[in-house]
Design a protein around this ligand. Structure first.
Ligand SMILES: NC(=O)c1ccc[n+]([C@@H]2O[C@H](COP(=O)([O-])OP(=O)(O)OC[C@H]3O[C@@H](n4cnc5c(N)ncnc54)[C@H](O)[C@@H]3O)[C@@H](O)[C@H]2O)c1
Ligand SMILES: [Zn+2]
Length: 318
């Protein structure tokens, strides 16, 4: 399966089981993390740089370190979203931009982060504050690589998959809820998410409006993720439900949509309730500082830059 992303720098996505696992990575300067290196070192034949697995590696420090090691005209990002975001930023700035190939290995990266060109690193606590939008030339998706992805990380990915399901009424939402996902189901889900992401990127490559739709679940989600030490998937799972309840109060979202989403999230073991000891003031403060003093939400395809009064948000979080 091939999908072309029609941005001015054309990008090709190839989705095929085994294309990396049973072969080798493309030639280039490979950036990967310690976990991937552990499982797949045999696939790497060219120069490489291995970062420590984890979000902390998305740092300016690593950015500078790696820049000083690059010795090829192609960067190959082999890993999850952390590796992809860091490697993409390096490729986009080294010599004012060199060839970039994304080889995503996590469900998050295969369905979302490797597509669309957003890259970057964190500036201390500030997530994704430094980066560019720079399209890879090629994205190689090999679902076989998911076989080594830890269950917990797979679940994080499913939260984002379910997000697409709500936003675009995708048929795969039903698949996600089925007890055991077969290899074929997973491929269907990946293809569907890729198509949705491509549609968003083609409409709004530079994140000026429509692409904000992907923030659904993330306004509340991001705040509780930081405060309650939740995984990103858990946080946006709860965030999506709370945001739909806010949307319901505003008359945008109907109860049936909330029920559907709750069922899908619960069926894969994701949480939907806020922490019992929630400090509403603290959560509101983070949500506000994140959005320049206002509460902005994305609910669906029509309402993705929607401002909501503090009182309404507070009521729904209580
Ligand atoms: N650029 C974008 O558009 C975009 C979109 C969504 C998320 N992101 C970013 O992506 C990051 C999250 O992505 P993620 O969840 O992939 O994080 P990650 O890269 O940290 O991967 C999660 C964990 O899974 C391990 N892993 C990945 N693939 C594996 C495999 N096949 N086998 C064994 N272990 C594997 C990694 O080593 C890591 O420990 C965040 O930094 C987020 O900001 C970016
Ligand atoms: Zn997310």
């Amino acid at each position: 399966m091939e999908i072309i992303v029609n941005t001015e720098a054309k990008c090709k996505i190839i989705i095929r089981r085994g294309q990396v696992k049973d072969d080798k990575l493309p030639e280039g300067f490979v950036i990967t993390d310690t976990n991937l290196y552990h499982y797949y070192k045999d696939l790497i034949s060219s120069e490489n740089y291995i970062i420590k697995a984890g979000e902390e590696s998305k740092s300016l420090e690593n950015y500078f370190k790696i820049l000083n090691n690059v010795n090829r005209d192609t960067i190959v990002a082999f890993g999850g979203g952390v590796t992809g975001d860091l490697a993409g930023f390096i490729a986009s700035t080294y010599k004012r931009g060199i060839n970039l190939i994304q080889v995503p290995t996590s469900l998050v990266a295969m369905t979302d982060s490797s597509i669309g060109g957003k890259n970057g690193v964190n500036l201390g606590e500030k997530k994704n504050y430094v980066g560019t939008i720079y399209q890879p030339a090629l994205i190689l998706i090999d679902p076989e690589l998911l076989k080594t992805l830890p269950e917990k990380e797979f679940k994080n990915g499913l939260a984002e998959v379910i997000k697409y399901g709500h936003l675009f009424g995708s048929p795969s939402l039903k698949l996600v809820s089925s007890k055991n996902l077969s290899d074929e189901d997973i491929e269907k889900i990946i293809i569907e998410c890729c198509k949705n992401k491509v549609k968003i990127v083609e409409k709004d490559q530079f994140d000026k409006g429509y692409r904000h739709i992907l923030n659904f679940g993330h306004t509340v989600g991001h705040a509780i993720e930081i405060l309650y030490n939740l995984s990103h998937g858990e946080a946006i799972s709860i965030g999506m439900i709370k945001e739909l309840e806010i949307g319901n109060r505003l008359g945008i979202i109907d109860k049936k949509q909330i029920e559907n989403l709750k069922n899908a999230l619960v069926s894969v073991g994701l949480p939907i309730e806020l922490p019992k000891d929630l400090d509403v003031d603290k959560v509101l403060k983070i949500m506000k500082s994140d959005k320049k003093g206002k509460f902005k939400f994305a609910f669906d395809e029509k309402n993705y830059d929607y401002y909501v009064e503090e009182e309404t948000v507070r009521e729904c979080l209580k």
